[in-house]
Design a protein around this ligand. Structure first.
Ligand code: ATP
Length: 317
């Protein structure tokens, strides 16, 4: 096999709770992550050089060593130097559909696709948990992106417990093209404003983190109750992002006032806002209504669907 095409889905956060600080400087989180069909396409090809190269024509995506897809390939080359020497370099082409710096794990899912792709290209035979472990060294969302679907994510987001898949919900995503929110800024600001309410005692921290397993939204997911899931959407980061970015707040309000919307929330550190629907028709209608309410060309709107898939192979040669 010389080349592979992979599909790398984005994610939304159905739930994001910030529990406290971790000794490694990250936050202790309780999240529920959900893959959606909106995806990038990643081509991974063996090259006759010893170099790793990334191609991407999206203006906001770097093609140098800072690209997460590059870092994933570099990690594989460092972990498996003999195999790297045997198979040669890697050419990676990223065809971006997922908005960048949007809270949709665009970079993380690209990195997950490269790990899966190189594992196959180099016949390494790594297990899902080995791929997730490698992914965790690249970023907190990368392990989830490998298998995707619906999952509880605790720790800094890398400890995963799969949940029953929710592949029948429609999603409208709204993001201003030129508006980016730095994930680092969002967490830092949250700590500054709400750090005094963090749980500090280690046992209480662990108890609180695992409470999500028996929480209302997890029960609603087991019951496949879309209305109940939508009522229980939660994201602590809205507390810092909505007051700072009035456009994001406006999107939340416009969605909340539309008929047919089961629930609406910001994804991750934003600025993407999503709304959930039972049917595609309702989702398409609300997309049009939001467009009418906010006739700003900078606003991108997508209709997509929840999916039970993480990284998938589209073709191999
Ligand atoms: P998360 O939800 O995991 O916090 P995000 O969706 O908010 O991620 P990304 O789309 O991953 O954010 O982009 C964050 C930054 O990473 C951007 O500023 C971008 O320039 C950089 N970046 C590096 N590699 C990639 C990549 N392969 N795709 C997109 N952005 C990348």
């Amino acid at each position: 096999m010389r080349s592979l095409t992979l599909i790398a889905p984005a994610k939304i956060n159905l739930y994001l709770e910030i529990i406290g600080d971790r000794p490694d400087g990250y936050h202790e989180l309780s999240m529920i992550l959900q893959s959606i069909e909106l995806a990038d396409q990643i081509d991974v090809r063996s090259a006759d050089t010893q170099a790793i190269r990334v191609h991407c024509d999206h203006p906001q995506v770097p093609t140098d060593k800072s690209n997460l897809a590059y870092r994933a390939a570099d990690l594989m080359a460092m972990q498996f130097p003999d195999t790297f020497a045997k198979y040669g370099g890697v050419e990676i082409t990223v065809k971006k559909q997922i908005p960048v710096a949007a809270g949709l794990a665009g970079g993380s899912t690209n990195a997950a696709a490269v790990l899966v792709g190189i594992d196959l290209l180099w016949n390494l035979g790594l297990t899902q948990s080995e791929l997730e472990e490698l992914g965790a060294t690249l970023g907190s969302d990368v392990p989830f992106c490998v298998a995707g679907g619906t999952a509880i994510a605790t720790g800094r987001g890398e400890q995963l417990s799969p949940l029953p898949s929710l592949d029948n919900l429609y999603v409208v995503l709204a993001k201003y093209r030129s508006l980016e929110v730095s994930t680092a800024w969002a967490y830092k600001t949250y700590r500054q404003q709400f750090g005094n309410s963090y749980i500090r005692d280690t046992n209480s921290l662990a108890a609180r983190a695992s409470a999500v397993h028996s929480g209302g939204i997890v029960k609603a997911i087991f019951d496949q109750n879309a209305g109940e899931i939508a009522q229980k959407l939660h994201n602590d980061l809205e507390r810092v992002v909505l007051p700072t970015y009035p456009q994001v707040l406006q999107l939340r309000e416009v969605f909340a006032n539309q008929e047919g919307v089961l629930g609406t929330m910001m994804s991750g550190s934003g600025p993407t806002v999503f709304a959930l629907f039972e049917s595609e028709q309702q989702a398409q209608t609300v997309k049009l209504r939001v467009r009418e309410a906010i006739p700003d060309e900078d606003l991108e709107l997508f209709v997509t669907r929840t999916t039970s898939h993480g990284i998938q192979i589209a073709s191999s040669l």
